[in-house]
Design a binder for this molecule. Structure first.
Ligand SMILES: NC(=O)c1ccc[n+]([C@@H]2O[C@H](COP(=O)([O-])OP(=O)(O)OC[C@H]3O[C@@H](n4cnc5c(N)ncnc54)[C@H](OP(=O)(O)O)[C@@H]3O)[C@@H](O)[C@H]2O)c1
Length: 259
């Protein structure tokens, strides 16, 4: 008898979340995919079925809204009967790119709910309601190590994900195995949109900003491909439980040596 392969992926209609869902689909997973937009989810579900997913259920919801998070996780567990894997990919704070002096009270509250309250709620629900142990991936950024001015709200807030992953994995080792991916720059619709906004604000060509601040920051001379990250995330999900509570740098060497 083959082991069950059932996963919930958030932020799954495009970008990093979709790429990880696609890698799981190629491995034959049953999937529940979530994001806010229903049309994007339907399109993603169709592609994931073609990629090999044995079943795809769509569960729309906003990670900033408690009731949505509870509904998405509960319905995923009910629909599939349990979750061996959960991937949390997120959106970006609405104000982004915004500096410390541009960000207001509501922006910090939004980021806290998007990254921290949502993740803590998902982990709690997995402990309380998921009948099997879940391997969880949290999608974060290498830039939290040295927050970048235009991403400061996201970077400072998601720094907490590293502690949350470790704490949850150590507290409930029989129910959870949580690892954080610290990304460099990947070519996704979200990353392109952020660069586009930055370029517009500076009155320069977006391609120039992409070349200088994305490609130019990696000694490898390229951005990451979401598909290579998808494969890596899927193999981490299925790897040894000795890899748990870890923060894993997947940044194309963008991060300098620490002092
Ligand atoms: N790409 C990179 O280089 C990079 C680097 C470091 C970190 N990250 C982080 O990785 C995550 C994913 O980035 P990405 O580049 O894949 O972004 P993306 O291309 O914009 O995709 C974001 C996905 O999340 C969904 N989403 C957005 N806001 C949401 C919300 N409030 N509730 C539920 N779902 C939501 C979107 O669908 P809907 O809009 O329909 O909800 C979409 O499916 C982000 O948190 C980003 O900061 C990305």
């Amino acid at each position: 008898m083959t082991a069950s392969r059932r996963a919930l992926v958030t932020g799954a209609s495009r970008g990093i979340g979709y790429a990880i869902a696609e890698a799981l689909a190629r491995r034959g997973y049953e999937l529940v995919i979530s994001a806010r937009g229903v049309e994007g989810l339907r399109r993603a579900a169709e592609s994931l079925r073609s990629a090999g997913a044995s079943r795809v259920v769509v569960a729309p919801g906003d990670l900033r809204v408690r009731e949505d998070v509870v509904r998405v996780v509960s319905s995923a567990i009910d629909a599939l009967g349990g979750l061996e894997a959960v991937v949390m990919s997120y959106g970006n704070p609405t104000c982004e790119p915004c500096t410390l002096t541009e960000a207001g009270w509501e922006d910090w509250l939004e980021a806290s709910s998007l990254y921290l309250a949502s993740t803590a709620t998902v982990l709690r629900l997995l402990v309380e309601r998921n009948p099997v142990k879940a391997s969880v991936i949290l999608v974060s950024s290498a830039t939290y190590l040295e927050p970048m001015a235009p991403l400061v709200v996201a970077d400072v807030t998601r720094a907490g994900l590293v502690k949350l992953a470790r704490l949850a994995s150590r507290s409930y080792p029989e129910k959870l195995r949580v690892n954080v991916l610290l990304l460099g720059s990947y070519d996704t619709p979200g990353a392109r949109a952020t660069i586009e906004k930055l370029a517009r604000r500076r009155g320069v060509d977006p391609e120039e900003v992409w070349r200088r601040e994305v490609v130019g920051r990696s000694p490898l001379g390229r951005a990451g491909d979401p598909r290579e990250l998808g494969e890596l995330a899927a193999s981490i999900i299925e790897s040894t439980d000795y890899l748990s509570g870890a923060a894993i740098l997947v940044d194309g060497l963008m991060t300098p040596c620490s002092p």
